[in-house]
Design a protein around this ligand. Sequence first.
Ligand SMILES: C[S@@+](CC[C@H](N)C(=O)[O-])C[C@H]1O[C@@H](n2cnc3c(N)ncnc32)[C@H](O)[C@@H]1O
Length: 463
Amino acid sequence: MLHLPEAFIQFIHSTFSEEEAKLFLSSLEAPAPVSIRLNPGKSYHELALGTAIPWSAQGYYLPERPSFTLDPLLHAGAYYVQEASSMFIEQAVKQHLLPSEAPLAVLDLCAAPGGKSTHLSTLIGEEGLLVSNEVIKSRANILSENVQKWGLGNTVVCSNDPEDFQVLEGFFDAVLIDAPCSGEGMFRKDPASIKEWSPEHVQLCSARQRRIVKDIWPALKQGGVLMYSTCTYNTEENEENLAWLAEQEEVECLSLDCTAFPEVVAVEWKGMIGYHFYPHKTQGEGFFLALVRKKGETDDFYPKKSRKSFVHGLPKADGAELSTWLLEPTRWHLCLWGEHALAFPEFWKEEIEYLINNLKVVSAGVAVAEIKQKNKNPLHGLAMSQWLNHSIFPMVEVDREMALRYLKKEDIMPNTEAQGWVLICYKQTPLGWIKKMSNRANNYYPKEWRIRMDINWAEEREK
Ligand SMILES: C[S@@+](CC[C@H](N)C(=O)[O-])C[C@H]1O[C@@H](n2cnc3c(N)ncnc32)[C@H](O)[C@@H]1O
């Protein structure tokens, strides 16, 4: 039984009728639904899917919770485990941003661990550019891991404070602020959030959210769309913040057609409209989303010349060779960032170089190879990339046990005559590299990403 704070219970009673408040509170005692979003760019999905999530084309509920850690396809980026209500941002993108005349530049400002970033990356497609930011560095690394596994190559991951985006005035067609919040909507899934909750904490979160909105506002283009979301129910962190924005700036409030999902509750508040997911109405956790279009004037983005560039050209022969490691070589611009050869979509090369030179970038585009002395060693980002040219490297299919041993970074010796860089695949989906010699193989799975859990192999073999 959840021990909810008295002030929260009172708030629920003041928001809903007596009968609805009861339904709301008792729904928090029911188990949280399990859901995933499939990666349309990776081909094989083995999980038993349940019903489709109405507001997301690739979202599914699962009939039960499997051991995700022990599914190699999760590590391959074939799907992302994501709470269903959060997938509603798909409607914002589809109803207000797509189709677009020009490729979209989108910022996901508070992005770790990457649920909405991997989703946005798919939605804006290979032509778009997603800047996925997380201020806390350790969380930005996890974000980068998830974005690389997703493998679209259209994303730059960085770790900046919202105020650092001043250098990108008028850059983005859309900004998502999935704001840090008091987490009322997560009480069922994460009971620890109950302990942190208090009316004072709600006020603190609301003030922080306003600072975030204010700091990032200039980075949005005139006519651009701000998507503001939280996983909390109270008005201070939701509607009140939007009403506050409308007092400060010229905005147009955008609505969403929810005819197909009548369980989503539209709330009008001081001329603004927001969409609430309540656990007694929708199969998912608490969520809030509102959209506004920027009407006030903003200059077009104009990149200032960087004093120092961290991005360099590759020797022509190296560039020519590495581009063959990718599908559609002409769509890529290859360059050198430290010892790493990166590939960016040619269309965005100036913007991405500007981002690398002006933000704290963690990863960008496709990390193709590490260049050391005369060697070009393929990087894990390439193995995860949907653009990897599979005809360049030998591939070896492994069974589930060997896949899991590989993901634990144990020594494995797959059955192949191939020598050198070999791609380990499970159900035809790449997991990463080994370097194979005649009598042994080195496991190149990234150390920080390895499965740390102890596995009972006898039990697993029986599955
Ligand atoms: C709700 S979570 C984001 C979840 C993510 N969008 C997803 O879908 O996986 C909010 C994020 O905001 C970050 N954050 C905390 N304080 C922040 C601040 N002052 N400015 C920007 N981001 C902040 C947190 O570290 C956290 O990762």
